[in-house]
Design a protein around this ligand. Structure first.
Ligand code: SAH
Length: 251
């Protein structure tokens, strides 16, 4: 057999084998476990486990329901490329319209501070990409979320529907007014920072409920507000940097 013939035969063999190798590789990278198997991969699942361990658990968040929710929700589906590969990194990321998805630790921190149980009815202000919404949807019985930028609300709704959450309602509107129709809420989580706590949100919080809200302009802190009979208790917690809560719908 001469050299040309050997080279030709090797090429043919490579062409036959490559497609089946690629198909096998892509089948392996699809994680078949879990309800999100169509969208998840082993690589993202691994990064999610590490995120929960190093960024959340090791920093002191031990609420099992929160940790389980953060392990479950495919954060990479809530951000667009080119950011998708950084979805599990320890930072906020752009989601368009000058807004950001919060850092994983902050999402976990707020969810834990709100003391949400499987019976809770929760209001979220600032849906953004819908990631925190999905985390709340994993833990609570029912979640209502308000977003002021229509395009973000629509995209979040799409992602949430794609993942099959039936206990989440999203509306386009102004969070300063809350969502009176379904009040009172056992917990309210606000993910944009107002200058002071909106009165409508305090009114819509159930007695015994908790609101977790970043407050301030330059210097912001997360305040955990507890409503008891005839009393509002406000506790300042960690310093943060959130986008400002707008007081008007964008034109
Ligand atoms: N939890 C979101 C955070 C998004 S950033 C996420 O992880 O993706 C804060 C969001 O609050 C932005 O999407 C912004 O448009 C929204 N927002 C700002 N002011 C608002 C208001 N008055 N009512 C409702 N949403 C508001």
């Amino acid at each position: 057999m001469n050299f040309t013939l050997i080279a030709l035969l090797s090429c043919c063999l490579l062409l036959i084998c490559l497609p089946s190798y690629a198909a096998e590789k892509s089948a392996n990278s699809q994680n078949i476990k879990g309800p999100y198997s169509d969208f998840d991969t082993e690589q993202f699942e691994l990064e999610r486990k590490e995120m929960v361990k190093y960024q959340i658990r090791d920093r002191g968040i031990r609420e099992q329901l929160v940790l389980a929710a953060m392990l479950q929700v495919p954060r990479h589906l809530f951000v667009n490329s080119p950011w998708r590969d950084f979805a599990y990194s320890d930072r906020p990321l752009p989601i368009g319209h000058q807004q950001t998805i919060s850092q994983p630790y902050i999402v976990a921190y707020m969810s834990a501070a709100a003391k949400i149980s499987p019976e809770s009815k929760v209001l979220e202000i600032g849906t953004g990409c819908g990631y925190q919404t999905a985390i709340l949807g994993e833990i609570a019985q029912q979640v209502y979320s308000i977003e002021i930028i229509p395009q973000l609300a629509q995209r979040a709704r799409q992602t949430i529907d794609q993942l099959g959450y039936e206990n989440i309602k999203i509306k386009i509107g102004d969070g300063y007014e809350g969502w009176a129709e379904y009040a009172p809420y056992d917990a309210i989580i606000v993910t944009a920072a107002p200058e002071k706590i909106p009165q409508a949100l305090i009114d819509q919080l159930a007695t015994g409920g908790k609101m977790v809200i970043p407050v301030g302009i330059w210097h912001q802190e997360i305040i955990v507000l507890t409503k008891t009979v005839g009393r509002i208790i406000k506790k300042k917690t960690i310093p943060v940097r959130f986008v400002p809560m707008r007081s008007k719908l964008p034109k």
